[in-house]
Design a binder for this molecule. Structure first.
Ligand SMILES: Nc1ncnc2c1ncn2[C@@H]1O[C@H](COP(=O)(O)OP(=O)(O)OP(=O)(O)O)[C@@H](O)[C@H]1O
Ligand SMILES: [Mg+2]
Length: 323
């Protein structure tokens, strides 16, 4: 039996108002996160992945604003919570890890103290106990000699070790939901694989629901059970990972997959996708992908496709694939 979702996102919309009009950079995005499962979110730079993640916790930076939608955690809409209550949810029930741990870690405190602080704030754990738990968690995320490393400052650790610290901070309160925004993008391939393994181990242990954001399809294919493809603020395809990578439905998903480097190709050239992402203030009429789509037809330039069911748990926003 499928498990009940822990986080339900409906019609989430984020706008930026500028001199050239209002840009809907996240436009009516809906999805569920389920305990123990990983939902991938992919798309080119600027398509709205990070703003989707930030909006879930009410962290959209001004002048951006959440213009609509609901984010229900156990049925409670987080977007309606007073700031103090939302603050209690952040870190304890819903945790985030980012690409660059240096910006999330405080440079002037030892990392052990920063992990312990999460427990002290969210679980009112006494200082001594929180310190011990922090060191145990550092050991758990694979930091050798954790007792000594706990006294290190962020700059004394390697990028991979800092990302392990971030995971320890994120997981120490056993959150129901983990939002991971490009968590391994800055790391070299070997360290990247270790960090992904660690995330999945923690997920298995705690039953965490994960939203895994990356522009790197190869990485997403390794961790996600299901994948959403985002284009210009919209979800254009949502499918189980196996079917999405095996037989993409949306022409944009196909384009992304074809632009992946392949070792088995001998030409040495990557088939780059033509064109660039559209200006959010000047979207093409009809389908937002119509000006780049190799399969475009006249109707694509007039009809704005909805995300329609395509069978076998698949959803696609394309008038040709799912009219
Ligand atoms: N401060 C801002 N003012 C105006 N527009 C903004 C601002 N911040 C972001 N945007 C718009 O929101 C869009 C989505 O940004 P977002 O950071 O979510 O993209 P992303 O998919 O995470 O990209 P990346 O892969 O590079 O991280 C951007 O294309 C940009 O047009
Ligand atoms: Mg981003």
């Amino acid at each position: 039996m499928p498990r009940q979702p822990v986080l339900e996102v409906r019609d989430l919309t984020v706008t930026f108002a500028g001199e050239r009009g209002v840009a809907r950079v996240v436009d009516g995005v809906s999805f569920d996160l389920t305990p123990g499962r990983t939902l991938g979110l992919v798309g080119e730079s600027g398509c709205g992945k990070s703003l989707t993640a930030l909006a879930l916790l009410g962290l959209v930076p001004p002048p951006g604003r959440i213009a609509g939608g609901t984010v229900r955690l156990d049925g409670r809409d987080l977007l309606l919570l007073p700031e103090a209550e939302l603050d209690a949810v952040r870190g304890r029930r819903v945790a985030m890890i980012f690409q660059e741990p240096m910006t999330a870690l405080n440079p002037v405190f030892p990392v052990g103290d920063q992990i312990a602080e999460v427990l002290r704030v969210h679980a009112a754990t006494p200082r001594r106990q929180a310190q011990e738990a922090a060191i145990a968690m550092m050991a758990r995320v694979g930091i050798a000699d954790a007792g000594a490393r706990a006294g290190d400052y962020p700059h004394q650790l390697s990028g991979g070790m800092r990302q392990r610290v971030m995971i320890a901070m994120a997981m120490i309160c056993r959150p129901d939901v983990l939002i991971a925004d490009e968590p391994t993008t800055a790391l070299d391939v070997t360290v990247q694989a270790q960090i992904l393994d660690l995330m999945l181990e923690m997920q298995a242990e705690f039953g965490t629901a994960i939203l895994f954001i990356s522009h790197d399809l190869a990485v997403v294919s390794e961790v996600a059970d299901e994948v959403m493809v985002m284009y210009a603020g919209r979800i254009v395809e949502r499918s189980p990972a196996v079917s999405l990578f095996g037989a993409p439905l949306h022409p944009y998903t196909l384009g992304l997959l074809q632009s992946l480097p392949r070792v088995d190709r001998r030409t040495g050239r990557l088939p780059a996708m033509r064109g660039g992402v559209p200006d959010p203030c000047a979207l093409p009429r009809g389908c937002r992908y119509s000006d780049r789509c190799p399969e475009v037809e006249n109707k694509c330039r007039t009809r704005d496709p909805a995300l329609n069911g395509a069978g076998a748990g698949r959803w696609v926003a394309c008038v040709k694939v799912a009219p």
